[in-house]
Design a protein around this ligand. Structure first.
Ligand SMILES: [Zn+2]
Ligand SMILES: [Zn+2]
Length: 339
């Protein structure tokens, strides 16, 4: 089978690789679509120079084989099912996994291709193999929607750790792909209102078209949207934590979802957090229950219009290079590969 390997900045090869062998508790998935996330952009542009590397962790496809130990078990996908797949290793043994926080598994992540090339998903390929418990059925949803299983699971994790409840007033800082998924999920979960905050007028206009109740530049947000119960920060810019806290009503929560540059520091008054019972929650990655939720929501079709609007372009695997080039340029929502 073919698999895409980034060998140097802006260099992508399609290599031949044996089709993975299916163990007793695995499923083999013929890849239908794979999304380009921030990690792929960093590897391609050389801001995260790890070479050679086989990226691609947002994968959906059709199950073509099921291991004998798990075939037919309730909840396990069958041959022919469309699934979205979790490619994180969750050891189940470390302190994080034992506490039910497998998003933070301490086991080093990632495997390798047959020739030793580092795999960070290796999802720009014809097949992937995963444990059956890491393949989640998405029913009759389009394959492009199923390929958003991983980012939507991250957003479900974000909503869960942020304590989002129906009736909450929600603001989302950053109207890129992840901000828009937060908008879609918060509306789905019954938020009273969802506002999006960004510096790009174009992105704000697109967020309004996608159903945002209000949009604003960072400077105008307090005036436009008023006090909030949950503020999701999907764009880790300097000052974002401070503005998110200033938007919170009493008892509000700030969720730090997007990565911040390591050198960014924040000046926060502990008394503000104390007196107003504010919470600041860090969110990174996702866990199996978030996958279950994301796959079910995708399968329900209730977010179909939201997910459709987030597909910027789709390229066949043979043109994976062009997909990397487009995704490396801002602004895109999701560039998909496959088909
Ligand atoms: Zn991702
Ligand atoms: Zn672990």
């Amino acid at each position: 089978m073919r698999v895409a390997v980034v060998t140097a900045p802006e260099q992508v090869d399609l290599r031949e690789e044996p089709v993975p062998e299916v163990g007793p508790d695995d499923v083999l998935v013929r890849v239908g679509r794979t999304g380009m996330c921030t990690m792929e952009r960093r590897l391609y542009l050389g801001t995260k120079p790890i070479y050679p590397v086989a990226p691609g962790h947002e994968v959906a496809g059709e199950v073509v084989a099921v291991g004998r130990a798990v075939a037919g078990l309730p909840g396990v996908a069958a041959v022919g099912d469309t699934v979205t797949v979790d490619l994180l290793t969750r050891c189940g043994t470390c302190t994080s996994c034992r506490r039910g926080r497998s998003a933070l598994c301490k086991q080093p992540q990632g495997g390798a291709l047959a020739d030793g090339t580092i795999s960070m998903g290796a999802g720009f390929a014809e097949f992937v193999k995963v444990k059956a418990l890491q393949a989640f059925r998405t029913g009759s949803a389009p394959i492009a929607h199923a390929a958003m299983g991983e980012p939507l699971a991250c957003v479900a994790h974000s909503a869960r750790l942020g304590g989002l409840r129906a009736g909450d007033r929600v603001a989302v800082i950053g109207a890129g792909f992840m901000g828009r998924l937060h908008l879609a999920l918060a509306r789905f979960k019954g938020a009273a209102s969802v506002g999006l905050i960004d510096i790009s007028e174009e992105r704000l206009a697109e967020a309004r078209a996608a159903g945002a109740d209000w949009t604003s530049t960072p400077e105008q947000a307090a005036e436009t949207g008023g006090r909030q119960d949950v503020v999701f920060v999907t764009a880790g810019a300097p000052g974002a934590l401070e503005s998110a806290l200033s938007l919170c009503d009493d008892g509000g929560t700030v969720v730090l979802f997007g990565a911040f540059p390591k050198e960014v520091l924040a000046e926060v008054g502990p008394d503000l957090i104390h007196h107003h019972e504010l919470s600041v929650v860090g969110v990174y990655s996702q866990e199996p229950r978030d996958w279950t939720e994301a796959a079910a929501i995708i399968g329900s079709g209730r977010l179909a219009a939201d997910l459709d609007a987030l597909v910027t372009a789709t390229y066949p695997l043979a043109d994976v290079d062009a997909a990397f080039r487009l995704a490396a340029k801002s602004p895109v929502y999701r560039v998909l590969v496959g088909g």
